[in-house]
Ligand binder design. Structure first.
Ligand code: SF4
Length: 247
């Protein structure tokens, strides 16, 4: 199957359901369903955070501007905004200490893999650099508390391992100086990973091995794997395996 680029989300789709990977990334079939509302909510939050950090806007003003651009979500989401804004504000107030040096947002990486036809690709929501040469990289999460990653396994979180590696590769910052944070805006929880370079390197090797497996796999071998997320899958109306379960 086609795998010209690998990312945390693409590999996640393959792990969850190889057939879904085939439809989305190999056959590039557009979903017939409208974009879910939580996508719009996610766009709103990321844009709001970007306006605050990059354009130095107040959180209130940024929230209004972001809603004007990405506000097509229902009341359930609107009721979640005040908590999220207040947690983001508290975080903002906590980071600009004497140790703060600089920061940036929406950091894209594209890292070719030597000897392979694919590259690693992704976006890091934000980095915060400190005067002691340490760096914190962040990923904003908009999911509810029950969907949070288990904090006991945060040092093995695949997304943070990938981002820490990518940040180190693109900036030359040693792995040991980088921490990764999943910031759950709604609950205010901040899960921080400080993996060692061995764990990061092992994870990247596993990702490359998986990408090679996808590359070698014939599309017909990519079987549907029914799972708890099928009812939100963008292909559920055309997936024969899922349709058969609805009869
Ligand atoms: S509905 Fe379920 S089984 Fe079918 S493609 Fe989607 S994730 Fe896979």
């Amino acid at each position: 199957m086609i795998i010209n680029k690998i990312s945390h989300s693409r590999l996640g789709v393959f792990d969850q359901c190889p057939f879904q990977y085939r439809l989305k990334y190999h056959e590039k079939i557009k979903s017939l369903l409208p974009e879910p509302l939580y996508f719009e909510y996610g766009h709103y939050i990321h844009y709001m955070c970007e306006l605050v950090v990059k354009n130095k806007m107040t959180i209130e003003k940024a929230s209004i501007k972001a809603i004007a651009k990405y506000g097509d979500f229902d009341k359930t989401y609107i009721s979640r905004i005040p908590n999220m804004v207040s947690n983001f504000k508290a975080f903002q107030n906590s980071i600009y200490s004497d140790e703060f040096e600089s920061e940036s947002t929406e950091i894209e990486f594209k890292i070719p893999i030597k000897g392979e036809n694919f590259y690693f690709n992704g976006f890091i929501d934000r980095d915060i650099r400190f005067k002691n040469d340490n760096v914190l990289i962040l990923d904003y999460k908009t999911s509810k508390k029950r969907n949070q990653v288990n904090k006991n396994y945060i040092n093995q979180d695949p997304q943070l391992l990938t981002y820490i590696w990518a940040y180190s590769e693109t900036t030359g910052t040693p792995i040991d100086a980088i921490s990764g944070m999943l910031f759950y805006l709604e609950s205010g929880d901040k899960l921080i990973a400080r993996p060692d370079s061995r764990s990061v390197s092992m994870h990247i090797h596993e990702c490359i091995a998986k990408a090679k497996k996808i590359e070698k796999m014939e599309p017909e071998q990519a079987k549907a794997n029914l799972n708890k997320f099928c009812r939100w899958c963008e292909y559920r109306t055309i997936c024969p395996t899922f349709i058969a379960t609805q009869k």
